[in-house]
Design a protein around this ligand. Structure first.
Ligand SMILES: C[S@@+](CC[C@H](N)C(=O)[O-])C[C@H]1O[C@@H](n2cnc3c(N)ncnc32)[C@H](O)[C@@H]1O
Length: 253
């Protein structure tokens, strides 16, 4: 007879086997990124991220987060691939932030601040987000988006690798949004536990579970005594056909 861990592994892998749709979901991103890089180098254009910021500043309304998210989504749907959580999974993120009533929130992976805006506008009064990204150019744009949205005061940004920032935080969080380097999800979750950064009942919301086949992460949160975990199927950001999903795990101390 198989042991329970093996049985579990088999169960956890069922919806995430490599299939043609998610393989093409990743390939589409890679090709689109290469094409953009080639065109912008050829035309000596500014980065697509700066172009998004310019588009937001000239098409959205100041202090109106909804219009900023819509302008970014428009770029994601019509102009170039953007690695934001996107409008569909973004709504799920907001529902969980709202229902958690979290006071202290940690975000791993900021990019243009799209998810930061979604979290900030749906969190409870007096709550605060601590957002980490390794890329200073992205953080600069994210800060401008948050400032334009009128939400900058609710956010503290940290530049650096999450694995280097987490040990310095000395804080406990009620909600963690994990959306940075996919290989680092598990290692950084373990680091958060090691440094006592999770409050009892904390929600850990991890994006891109299916797209990047994050099986080690899933095996950990689904077999650990410290988590009760569930999966929400969805689609890759700005796609109507490529599968993706979110894992939501509740921490029990
Ligand atoms: C998918 S994007 C984040 C998207 C954002 N959460 C949103 O939905 O709008 C991933 C981000 O993680 C950052 N990143 C990658 N590895 C990282 C690491 N080890 N520590 C911190 N940030 C990292 C990248 O610079 C990138 O901006």
């Amino acid at each position: 007879m198989r042991n329970s861990k093996e049985n579990f592994k088999k169960k956890s892998r069922t919806p995430f086997q490599i299939n043609k749709k998610s393989f093409f979901g990743v390939m589409e991103i890679v090709l689109s990124e290469l094409k953009n890089l080639f065109i912008s180098k050829l035309n000596k254009e500014m980065s697509k991220e700066k172009r998004v910021l310019n588009y937001v500043l000239s098409n959205a309304q100041k202090n109106d987060p909804k219009s900023i998210l819509e302008a970014i989504d428009e770029c994601g749907y019509k102009k170039f691939f953007l690695m934001n959580i996107g409008d569909k999974k973004g709504q799920i993120l907001e529902e969980y932030v709202r229902s958690s009533q979290a006071k202290n929130i940690l975000e791993l992976g900021v990019y243009l601040g799209y998810s930061t805006i979604r979290i900030a506008r749906s969190m409870s009064e007096g709550a605060h987000i601590h957002s980490i990204d390794v890329n200073e150019n992205f953080l600069e744009i994210a800060k401008k988006h948050l400032d334009f949205a009128g939400l900058a005061e609710q956010v503290s940004f940290f530049q650096g690798k999450a694995s280097e920032v987490i040990p310095e935080l000395n804080m406990q969080f009620d909600f963690i949004f994990i959306d940075h380097w996919k290989e680092a999800y598990l290692q950084d979750l373990k680091l958060l536990i090691k440094h006592d950064c999770l409050n009892d009942g904390a929600v850990v919301f991890a994006d891109n579970i299916v797209l990047f086949h994050l099986e080690d992460y899933l095996d950990f949160v689904r077999t650990s005594q410290n988590f009760s975990s569930k999966f929400i199927p969805s689609l890759r950001e700005y796609s109507s056909s490529h599968p993706d999903g979110i894992e939501i795990s509740y921490f029990v101390k």
